[in-house]
Write a protein that binds this ligand. Sequence first.
Ligand SMILES: Cc1cc2nc3c(=O)[nH]c(=O)nc-3n(C[C@H](O)[C@H](O)[C@H](O)COP(=O)(O)O)c2cc1C
Length: 194
Amino acid sequence: MSRQTEYPIHPQFTARWSPRALSGEAIEPAVLMSFFEAARWAPSASNVQPWRFVYGLKGTPGFEAIFASLVDFNKGWAKNASALVAVISAKTWLPHGTSEALPFVTHAFDAGTAWGHLALQAHAAGWVTHAMGGFDADVLRQGLAVPEDFHLNCVVAIGKQGDKSQLPEALQAREQPSPRKPLAEIVAEGRFSF
Ligand SMILES: Cc1cc2nc3c(=O)[nH]c(=O)nc-3n(C[C@H](O)[C@H](O)[C@H](O)COP(=O)(O)O)c2cc1C
């Protein structure tokens, strides 16, 4: 499938994609930490850094706790991830010099930026990432003991790309980089004209 750009950009943006065929091999904790290191340098409103990451390495109880929250469709392929990561964000913050927690409206936006950093760093290091919105938030919250004032945004599977013959036929056909809407459908000058 075509990943032709309309303007020249750094090739990392079109080279990254989200495979489901994963090898299941172990990931060195230091390698995984380098992905969080990249996420940590994302910008956020007032530099609050609302993102939190809880990870589980394959074969550990932490992995099982995150895996248990996935919908069956995602369980089918994410079982071969090297690590699963819950991307969590703080819904409130304490502005400087105050003691009353206020809503932090950009928590999900900021956590999304951090996940983007993580995905690109993983790709640069030869690993693949695949975000999943298909999870049960109550199961994940309970399994990881996440307090109510934190939002569960997403689960991310991290691994090495595997052989697509391991996937069911329907998923094998989707195991390729996807296209994007043209810029004209997502960018407008001066007025919302979509
Ligand atoms: C927030 C979010 C939730 C997603 N949820 C799922 C999911 O539950 N299962 C799945 O297989 N893919 C999921 N995806 C992967 C998207 O379908 C994929 O990123 C999108 O089609 C673009 O393809 P690419 O990442 O290969 O460029 C999710 C992606 C994001 C960012």
